[in-house]
Design a protein around this ligand. Structure first.
Ligand SMILES: [Zn+2]
Length: 179
Protein backbone atom coordinates (compact mmCIF):
# COMPACT_ATOMS: atom_id res chain seq x y z
CA UNK A 1 0.00 0.00 0.00
CA UNK A 2 1.12 3.53 0.42
CA UNK A 3 2.22 5.64 -2.47
CA UNK A 4 -0.51 5.00 -4.99
CA UNK A 5 -2.42 8.08 -6.02
CA UNK A 6 -5.90 7.29 -4.86
CA UNK A 7 -7.68 10.60 -5.06
CA UNK A 8 -11.42 10.81 -5.24
CA UNK A 9 -11.20 12.07 -8.78
CA UNK A 10 -8.92 9.29 -9.90
CA UNK A 11 -9.29 7.71 -13.27
CA UNK A 12 -12.10 5.28 -13.65
CA UNK A 13 -11.54 1.95 -15.23
CA UNK A 14 -13.62 1.92 -18.37
CA UNK A 15 -12.01 -1.14 -19.87
CA UNK A 16 -14.75 -3.56 -18.88
CA UNK A 17 -17.21 -4.16 -21.70
CA UNK A 18 -20.69 -2.83 -21.31
CA UNK A 19 -23.48 -5.32 -21.68
CA UNK A 20 -26.29 -3.72 -23.65
CA UNK A 21 -29.71 -5.28 -23.10
CA UNK A 22 -31.47 -6.66 -26.15
CA UNK A 23 -33.61 -4.13 -27.93
CA UNK A 24 -31.37 -1.21 -27.03
CA UNK A 25 -28.31 -2.30 -28.87
CA UNK A 26 -28.56 -0.39 -32.13
CA UNK A 27 -26.96 2.89 -32.94
CA UNK A 28 -28.98 5.12 -30.67
CA UNK A 29 -27.41 7.56 -28.28
CA UNK A 30 -24.60 6.07 -26.29
CA UNK A 31 -25.18 4.66 -22.86
CA UNK A 32 -25.84 7.35 -20.35
CA UNK A 33 -22.83 7.64 -18.07
CA UNK A 34 -22.59 4.03 -17.01
CA UNK A 35 -20.70 3.73 -13.74
CA UNK A 36 -18.04 1.72 -15.58
CA UNK A 37 -17.28 -0.72 -12.84
CA UNK A 38 -16.50 1.77 -10.10
CA UNK A 39 -17.41 0.29 -6.76
CA UNK A 40 -19.87 2.04 -4.50
CA UNK A 41 -17.78 2.90 -1.49
CA UNK A 42 -15.61 5.81 -0.51
CA UNK A 43 -15.86 9.10 1.36
CA UNK A 44 -19.19 10.80 1.88
CA UNK A 45 -19.63 14.11 0.11
CA UNK A 46 -19.78 16.05 3.36
CA UNK A 47 -16.17 15.11 4.11
CA UNK A 48 -16.89 13.86 7.62
CA UNK A 49 -15.40 10.40 7.12
CA UNK A 50 -12.67 11.44 4.72
CA UNK A 51 -9.85 10.83 7.25
CA UNK A 52 -11.03 7.24 7.59
CA UNK A 53 -10.63 6.65 3.84
CA UNK A 54 -7.36 8.55 3.68
CA UNK A 55 -6.19 6.31 6.50
CA UNK A 56 -6.98 3.16 4.54
CA UNK A 57 -5.05 4.53 1.57
CA UNK A 58 -2.13 5.11 3.93
CA UNK A 59 -2.44 1.56 5.24
CA UNK A 60 -4.03 2.42 8.58
CA UNK A 61 -7.36 2.03 10.32
CA UNK A 62 -8.20 5.46 11.72
CA UNK A 63 -11.13 6.19 14.00
CA UNK A 64 -12.20 9.40 15.63
CA UNK A 65 -10.84 10.10 19.08
CA UNK A 66 -11.65 13.32 20.89
CA UNK A 67 -8.52 15.37 21.43
CA UNK A 68 -10.10 16.97 24.50
CA UNK A 69 -11.51 14.11 26.56
CA UNK A 70 -9.95 11.11 24.84
CA UNK A 71 -13.15 9.20 24.13
CA UNK A 72 -13.23 7.04 20.99
CA UNK A 73 -16.01 7.82 18.56
CA UNK A 74 -17.48 5.65 15.81
CA UNK A 75 -19.14 6.31 13.40
CA UNK A 76 -17.79 9.72 12.67
CA UNK A 77 -19.37 12.75 14.34
CA UNK A 78 -18.94 16.48 13.90
CA UNK A 79 -18.91 16.96 17.66
CA UNK A 80 -17.79 14.86 20.63
CA UNK A 81 -20.89 13.51 22.36
CA UNK A 82 -19.09 13.34 25.71
CA UNK A 83 -17.53 16.81 26.05
CA UNK A 84 -19.05 18.67 23.07
CA UNK A 85 -15.73 19.56 21.49
CA UNK A 86 -16.12 20.31 17.82
CA UNK A 87 -14.16 18.43 15.21
CA UNK A 88 -12.81 15.52 17.27
CA UNK A 89 -9.45 14.26 16.06
CA UNK A 90 -8.50 11.00 14.41
CA UNK A 91 -6.11 8.31 15.57
CA UNK A 92 -4.77 5.12 14.06
CA UNK A 93 -5.72 1.92 15.82
CA UNK A 94 -4.61 -1.66 15.42
CA UNK A 95 -7.14 -3.47 13.21
CA UNK A 96 -7.69 -6.39 15.55
CA UNK A 97 -10.70 -7.27 17.62
CA UNK A 98 -13.44 -9.73 18.39
CA UNK A 99 -16.69 -10.57 16.65
CA UNK A 100 -19.54 -8.87 18.51
CA UNK A 101 -22.14 -9.95 16.00
CA UNK A 102 -22.34 -11.27 12.48
CA UNK A 103 -24.79 -12.00 9.68
CA UNK A 104 -24.75 -13.93 6.44
CA UNK A 105 -26.29 -12.17 3.45
CA UNK A 106 -27.79 -14.06 0.53
CA UNK A 107 -29.37 -11.03 -1.12
CA UNK A 108 -27.26 -8.78 -3.39
CA UNK A 109 -27.85 -5.47 -1.61
CA UNK A 110 -24.90 -4.09 -3.59
CA UNK A 111 -25.58 -4.99 -7.21
CA UNK A 112 -21.94 -4.59 -8.18
CA UNK A 113 -21.11 -7.40 -5.77
CA UNK A 114 -23.95 -9.71 -6.75
CA UNK A 115 -21.50 -12.38 -7.84
CA UNK A 116 -20.01 -12.58 -4.36
CA UNK A 117 -23.01 -13.71 -2.35
CA UNK A 118 -23.42 -15.17 0.11
CA UNK A 119 -21.06 -13.12 2.23
CA UNK A 120 -20.58 -12.66 5.95
CA UNK A 121 -20.77 -9.26 7.62
CA UNK A 122 -19.17 -8.85 11.03
CA UNK A 123 -19.49 -6.22 13.73
CA UNK A 124 -16.01 -6.12 15.23
CA UNK A 125 -15.31 -4.76 18.69
CA UNK A 126 -11.94 -3.04 18.96
CA UNK A 127 -10.42 -3.23 22.45
CA UNK A 128 -7.71 -0.78 21.41
CA UNK A 129 -10.33 1.83 20.57
CA UNK A 130 -12.46 1.91 23.70
CA UNK A 131 -14.39 -1.15 22.49
CA UNK A 132 -15.94 0.80 19.65
CA UNK A 133 -17.45 -1.47 17.01
CA UNK A 134 -16.89 -1.28 13.28
CA UNK A 135 -18.79 -3.08 10.55
CA UNK A 136 -17.11 -4.99 7.77
CA UNK A 137 -17.01 -8.02 5.51
CA UNK A 138 -15.42 -11.23 6.72
CA UNK A 139 -13.40 -13.02 4.05
CA UNK A 140 -11.39 -16.19 3.81
CA UNK A 141 -12.27 -19.77 3.03
CA UNK A 142 -13.32 -20.35 6.62
CA UNK A 143 -15.48 -17.23 6.93
CA UNK A 144 -18.64 -19.29 7.25
CA UNK A 145 -17.46 -20.84 10.50
CA UNK A 146 -17.26 -17.56 12.41
CA UNK A 147 -18.39 -17.44 16.04
CA UNK A 148 -19.34 -14.66 18.43
CA UNK A 149 -16.30 -13.60 20.42
CA UNK A 150 -13.83 -14.94 17.91
CA UNK A 151 -10.70 -12.92 17.21
CA UNK A 152 -10.43 -11.32 13.80
CA UNK A 153 -7.78 -9.22 12.09
CA UNK A 154 -8.40 -6.49 9.54
CA UNK A 155 -6.71 -6.38 6.14
CA UNK A 156 -6.80 -3.36 3.84
CA UNK A 157 -7.56 -4.45 0.30
CA UNK A 158 -7.92 -2.54 -2.95
CA UNK A 159 -10.22 -4.31 -5.37
CA UNK A 160 -9.51 -4.25 -9.06
CA UNK A 161 -11.25 -1.25 -10.58
CA UNK A 162 -11.95 0.32 -7.19
CA UNK A 163 -10.97 3.86 -6.31
CA UNK A 164 -10.93 3.33 -2.55
CA UNK A 165 -9.62 0.37 -0.54
CA UNK A 166 -11.73 -1.54 1.94
CA UNK A 167 -10.95 -2.94 5.35
CA UNK A 168 -11.94 -6.60 5.37
CA UNK A 169 -11.69 -9.01 8.28
CA UNK A 170 -10.35 -12.52 8.59
CA UNK A 171 -10.49 -15.03 11.37
CA UNK A 172 -7.33 -15.18 13.40
CA UNK A 173 -6.07 -18.68 12.80
CA UNK A 174 -3.05 -18.83 15.11
CA UNK A 175 -2.83 -21.80 17.40
CA UNK A 176 -4.10 -21.27 20.88
CA UNK A 177 -6.32 -18.35 19.99
CA UNK A 178 -9.37 -20.16 21.31
CA UNK A 179 -8.56 -20.02 24.99
ZN1 LIG B 1 -14.62 14.80 24.01
Amino acid sequence: MGGSSLESGAERNSASPLVVPDGQSTSGPGPEAAPSGDLPWGPAEDGLDRPYWDGLVAGELRLQRCGQCGVWIWGPQWICGACHTFDPGWQAVEPAGTVYSWARSHYPFITELADRIPYVTVLVELPAAGHRRVLGILTGDDAEAVRIGERVVGHIELDEGATWPLLRWRRETTEGARS
